[in-house]
Design a protein around this ligand. Sequence first.
Ligand code: NI
Length: 145
Amino acid sequence: MGELVRFSVSVEDDLLESFDRLIERQGYGNRSEALRDLMRDALVRAHLDERPKAADVLGTLTIVYDHHATDLADRLTALQHDHYRLIISVLHVHISHDDCMEVIVLRGPARRVRALADALISIKGVKHGRLFLTIPAKKITDRRK
Ligand code: NI
């Protein structure tokens, strides 16, 4: 953790009022913590955007599917076994009589993680899927550029 630095920011009053209402609804105790989170999120997104070939990213892929769909569960499982080195863990939840949700925790090269997520989401019968990517915490404020 770096040393705390204070700085001032000029902003339109209506923008600041809206921001304050938002962060209060979100449960932030003060602007500083909300601003720190926005800065970290921007840095993570920039890191991922600027390094499409990043060697080490972390991801969670959430997919929802009907387990009755023909061959779907087998295809999802086979594809995950084909890429087992990218998969840290899988959480399976039976969310109704028909539907399942899986949260697949991934770690590896960005391109391979994205490609596996795209392949899983695009299998016929997957109703919804979304990949969330982040990076190891120490890289968020990496001073090397
Ligand atoms: Ni299930």
